[in-house]
Unconditional design. Sequence first.
Length: 201
Amino acid sequence: MSLPSVHQRGPRTNAAGGPEREAAARQLRWFEPTIVPGLLQTRDYARAVLSTKFGISDEEVEERVAARLKRQEILDRENPPLLWVILDEWLLRRPVGGRHVMQEQVEHLIAAAKRPLIQIEIIPAATGTHDGLNGHFVIADFDDKPSVAYQESALRGIPVTDRNDIAALNLRWDTLRGETVPRGASLALLEEAAKTWTSGM
């Protein structure tokens, strides 16, 4: 997945192919190597990401930001899905929107990581290469039907339903989990990253 497509994700880019599936999932497993997952973005971070698309108007940006924040309501409802996130540490270091936006965003991740049904694990920057560098993916697991997934090409999002493809993504997920540091150490990395955005302000 090319970097421009990552930064231009619009409202049609939803976990596992759509907000309905996102809302119906028992668990969402989300890997991101380049930007914060949409369900955990702050308003200003989302605006910074979405405004990079060439030719997009301010009105369109605000509509997409509003849609993204609306999706986040599933995390605050009664019986929310378990959100399990793996992030590459480098996305905590990229100055999306500037220092203040990043400080707010990383602090938001810290607060999210302390919630009982959200788990955030970090692949340290020192890891170098890993199996997730080819792009992000999301796997939605359900109680009463097979899992579905979502990936993204340079042009559009691609729902994944084939059983063999889901198995391959499950294996990739397990491989990436092997590259992360434990939950407590991941929280410490988030807190350290927040301090780097605070210093010098």
